[in-house]
Design a protein around this ligand. Structure first.
Ligand code: FUL
Length: 499
């Protein structure tokens, strides 16, 4: 029973007044005599990313390794009839794969532990269609373990691709039996190989494949139970969604938000929706752009890696459009990443470092249309040129109904800015907001766009611009825009006239 003790009230009031007086005194000591309290951060706009999604987004580029019996049969989709004896990568060195990833600036690698042919790269106790039946290490090898060990010792994270479509296993087509088999393998993989940061559920299935209902809800629940920080990839998320094509291109409008109820796995009619996302979406499921460095996903002697120009084009259209780029680099029949691919990746990394390591905006004074809490607080425009690209940001005042703008002027007398790339980043930890923006050089418009998200890169259509004043205007936003970083860069590989 609740009782009220009114007779105690005056005593309590006196006690609380003393505490309040003490606290305000303390505040005066800490923040000066004018009783200034720090400006509070703005409210988020839902939906928000999870901690694991934020971590994934900041990786920007991750790497895929397609490897299996197809590597030895020169094919893309195995039939399921392959003899495990053909799998014999005599020089396999997973450390070389991981070192290649590190040199490319990658911190997460994903291996196809079972592709559509059903051949397992680890000694699964639920099938004999695996490395156990191969001459590699006399049937005692385990590619998953080799990769995990190499990655762990180098501080690189691991992801796994386990194909739902299985052309080998006779249980495929029998709903209950195959789902049991698939779940058994998921448990083997997620219990025995340490921490797994991403799992890939591929929606692909051949036109004449048997009917099969996958128990996705059971699979996803089991995955989350076994690996708390994992991101689940599929056409429909729930952690990461497919971008809708295999060219590595996101939509020029690209929201991390989408309505999960409108998504389903293996549904060709939603590719455009996946490509752009949805500003009214109630789920945060950002897109991942999967593309291969070569034409095929698996290694083929006749193929060679895409040239640097092509890789940069992919980067601008994926990472530069609010996505993570999942770049496939297939190990060859020896069990190594080919030297040509290693070399191309080094060029790619060097090019990205060359373009983005210098930010001309850092040597500018930064002005803005308004600032949350007024000058001197923690939400000033100077935050867009510091090294934190997530949690320090420029926030205009909420009550400012005009267009918001931020402007850069070189600090050196007579200084001119020479650039052909503009980078804008939103503080996505508080939601994705911007849906329209424009960029001006000395008052003349040089680019415009829609969404920004984690990172928007404008490679200027007319090439290099010289200016003494660069202004970014936010002309449409779901809520007060919050900008965490801006860059003005010179890309010496960009020649708009050669495209
Ligand atoms: C597709 C598969 O059919 C390809 O073989 C490849 O694995 C690609 C990443 O996904 O759906």
């Amino acid at each position: 029973m609740r009782t009220s003790n009114t007779s105690m009230a005056p005593k309590h009031t006196f006690f609380f007044s003393i505490i309040a007086l003490f606290l305000s005194g303390l505040q005066t000591i800490i923040f000066g005599s004018s009783l200034v309290t720090p400006t509070l951060p703005p409210l988020p706009i839902l939906p928000l990313p999870s901690y694991s999604q934020l971590k994934w987004q900041q990786r920007e580029i991750i790497m895929f390794f397609h490897f299996g019996v197809n590597t030895f049969t020169d094919s893309e989709w195995g039939t399921g009839q392959e003899n495990p004896a053909i799998f014999n990568p005599t020089g396999l060195n997973a450390a070389q794969w991981v070192d290649t990833a590190i040199q490319a600036g990658v911190s997460l690698v994903i291996l196809t532990v079972k592709h559509h042919d059903g051949f397992c790269l680890w000694p699964s106790k639920y099938t004999d269609h695996s490395v156990v039946g191969s001459p590699w290490k006399n049937g005692h090898g385990d590619v998953v373990k080799e990769l995990v060990d190499a990655a762990n010792s180098r501080n690189v994270d691991v992801g796994l691709y386990l194909s739902p479509w299985d052309r080998h296993d006779p249980r495929y087509g029998a709903d209950k039996l195959y789902n049991e088999y698939y779940l058994a393998q998921l448990q083997e993989l997620l219990k025995n190989y340490g921490s797994v940061q991403e799992i890939w559920f591929d929606g692909a299935k051949g036109a004449n494949a048997k009917n099969m209902t996958y128990y996705f809800d059971d699979w996803f629940s089991m995955v989350k139970e076994l690996q708390s920080s994992i991101n689940i990839f599929s056409d429909a998320g729930p952690g990461v969604r497919w971008v809708g094509n295999e060219q590595g291109f996101a939509g020029s409008t690209c929201w991390s938000t989408i309505n999960q109820t409108d998504l389903s796995i293996g549904n060709a009619s939603i590719v455009n929706y996946l490509n752009t996302g949805d500003p009214r979406g109630t789920n945060w499921i950002p897109p991942e752009c999967d593309v291969s460095i070569r034409e095929g996903w698996f290694w083929h002697k006749s193929e060679s890696p895409k040239n640097l120009t092509h890789l940069l084009h992919i980067y601008y259209n994926s990472v530069g459009r609010n996505c993570v780029l999942l770049l496939n680099v297939p190990p060859n029949t020896t069990g190594l990443i080919s030297e040509t691919d290693v070399h191309r990746l080094k060029e790619f990394r060097a090019a990205l470092d060359g373009i983005f390591s210098t930010n001309l905006a850092e040597n500018c004074s930064v002005l803005a249309s308004s600032q949350r809490g007024g000058k001197g607080g923690s939400f000033g425009p100077e935050n867009v040129v510091d090294s934190d690209h997530l949690w320090t940001y420029w926030a205009p005042r909420d009550d400012n109904t005009q267009h918001h703008w931020i402007e850069f002027r070189p600090t050196s007398d007579g200084g001119r800015l020479r650039f052909n790339v503009v980078r804008i980043q939103e503080a996505i930890g508080l939601g994705q907001r911007i849906h329209r923006h424009e960029i001006y050089a000395d008052g003349k418009i040089i680019a415009n766009g829609t969404t920004v998200g984690h990172k928007k890169l404008h490679r200027l259509e007319n090439g290099v611009v010289e200016a003494t004043r660069v202004t970014i205007k936010i002309t449409g936003s779901r809520a007060t825009p919050l900008i965490s970083s801006v860059g003005l860069h010179l890309d010496s590989f960009w020649n708009p006239h050669s495209v």
